[in-house]
Design a protein around this ligand. Structure first.
Ligand SMILES: Cc1cc2nc3c(=O)[nH]c(=O)nc-3n(C[C@H](O)[C@H](O)[C@H](O)COP(=O)(O)OP(=O)(O)OC[C@H]3O[C@@H](n4cnc5c(N)ncnc54)[C@H](O)[C@@H]3O)c2cc1C
Length: 466
């Protein structure tokens, strides 16, 4: 049966061209010595912050460790016959998600939400009654998490209702590994309960990596320029890179919590202990994507179909098939299973995907694979993981992470209380941090806005959407 109502995916959850700076490479413009505000990282948060600073007519420079813009939004446009989003893929909540408007304005194509979401039980699809049973199990699980979050910040696993019976493994996959890259025992009820509904899964046909790269076209970014050390005070900051130092009146840091906690950027004086602790408590979950080119539609699925498995554990995946009508299919894995698998390398990941598809669809699937690729975000040196997710007791760390120290402001998906783990959360956090930095340097006169009330969650009791 195809889920037709709110579905398990949502259930579980005019500037002139600027020069490209290039870490001191010959032929590129040299790194500027100063700026009003320096931004560390050219992912969604960093690009949003820089655009906001430019809109206020202040000088900004973004230093980016990698050789391209995008961070955890990367689109591979050359390997397959369709763009392959290696990181963020879906834009949720179309009524409020700014990325959809930005994508349209950038001339990119927005797809409609996939119409088919199916549950595979062995070699067949779930029947209507089974699907209803599963949706009811998700509603129960979500409700138990919400209720527990009002009392204390325990693990999601500790409050899973017994009545979800043999759907427990599937619920664990969707609500934990698929939503946050963590098993439910490693996920805080508070973080899960506050996560804004991730209903509707809308993609950008050219890819979300393409989108961030386009949005960054007008932004002065110095690629391959890692910030190694930041000397900061209440007055100013100096960002040290292999290509030289940049002096600024404020800095916005957007690197992932794992990069921050790993100490890959040194601070003088040291970064406040509470900030570093908050980053560690919001460590990144594991979420990876295995891409298979399978001409001839051996899975017999429609364009943009989404399939999950009724599984007794998280040793499972989420299929997105025939992407945009192409022969590209992807399998997403996450949580501790996904972490162990990705640690074994790309070959093992592809082998798992093929074996798993064979179990569910027969051996034709394996024979049809013509090309493959897999992400390994935990090993990506400038990300070190996929999505920040609070462990039990750690939900309050999100607020701590947004507290500025001296003239340093942290941004990035992990600093968003309700949209953590999303591209729009990262974007909004970048704009917010930029505004705070602009206010500090006197470039914005309006008083700091009251903290916005958490957006109302719109989960109906029938909705399994997380
Ligand atoms: C596999 C996967 C699937 C996902 N799916 C979705 C989805 O469907 N929908 C959704 O909304 N979100 C999704 N996300 C989450 C989304 O990608 C992130 O929330 C978002 O991209 C984070 O943006 P950011 O700017 O906060 O961080 P990042 O994108 O990590 O940007 C930080 C930047 O800092 C750079 N950096 C690191 N160290 C240094 C240094 N020392 N000096 C200078 N620069 C440095 C990094 O290279 C990076 O470019 C997914 C993520 C993954 C990994």
């Amino acid at each position: 049966m195809t889920l037709t109502r709110r579905t398990f995916l949502s259930a579980s959850a005019g500037l002139a061209m600027v020069p490209v700076f290039s870490g001191g490479r010959v032929g590129a413009a040299p790194l500027p010595r100063d700026a009003d505000i320096v931004v560390i990282g050219a992912g969604a948060a960093g690009i949003a912050a820089a655009r906001r600073i430019m809109a206020a007519n202040r000088r900004v420079i973004v230093v980016e460790a990698a050789s391209q813009i995008g961070g955890r939004c990367q689109t591979d446009t050359s390997t397959f016959d369709a763009p392959f989003d290696r990181g963020a893929r879906w834009m949720h909540n179309p009524e409020t998600n700014p990325m959809i408007k930005l994508a349209r304005a950038a001339g990119l194509e927005i797809t409609s939400a996939p119409s088919g979401q199916k549950i595979r039980i062995g070699r067949r699809y779930a029947r209507a009654g089974e699907t209803e049973e599963f949706l009811a199990a998700l509603v129960r699980a979500n409700r138990a998490i919400d209720e527990a979050a009002r009392r204390s910040d325990v693990s999601c696993a500790s409050v899973m209702p017994k009545e979800i019976g043999d759907w427990a493994g599937t619920a664990e996959f969707l609500l934990g590994a698929n939503l946050a890259g963590k098993d439910l025992r490693d996920l805080s009820v508070g973080d899960k309960a506050r996560a804004l509904d991730r209903n509707t899964a809308i993609a950008c046909r050219q890819g979300l990596g393409t989108l961030i790269a386009k949005l960054g076209e007008q932004v002065p970014v110095s690629l391959s320029t890692p910030a190694g050390r930041i000397v900061w005070s209440n007055r100013d900051a100096s960002v040290e890179t292999p290509a030289g130092k940049i002096a600024a009146r404020a800095a916005v840091i957007t690197v992932s919590t794992n990069v921050l906690a790993a100490g890959n950027i040194k601070f003088a004086p040291d970064i406040p202990k509470k900030t570093l602790e908050a980053a560690s408590r919001l460590s990144l979950g594991s979420y990876d994507r295995i891409a298979l080119q399978m001409p001839g539609n051996p899975l017999g699925l429609a364009r943009d179909d989404i399939v999950i498995e009724k599984s007794d554990s998280t040793r499972t995946g989420l299929i997105f098939a025939n992407i945009g009508g192409s022969s590209l299919c992807t399998i997403d894995v996450g949580g501790s299973f996904g972490r162990d698998l990705s640690a074994q390398g790309e070959k093992a990941m592809v082998a798992f995907a093929v074996e798993w598809l064979t179990k569910l669809f027969g051996s034709e699937a394996a024979a049809a694979v013509k090309k493959s690729s897999a992400t390994r975000w935990n090993a990506a040196p400038f990300a070190l993981g996929a999505i920040s997710a609070a462990g039990p007791g750690a939900q309050s760390s999100r607020k701590v992470l947004t507290d500025p120290f001296g003239c340093i402001y942290l941004a990035g998906e992990a600093t968003h209380e309700t949209l953590w783990g999303t591209i729009d959360g990262a974007w909004e956090s970048g704009e917010r941090a930029a505004e705070a930095a602009l206010r500090r340097i006197g470039a914005l006169r309006d008083p700091e806005p009251e903290p916005r009330p958490l957006k109302q969650r719109r989960r109906s009791s029938a909705s399994p959407i997380n």
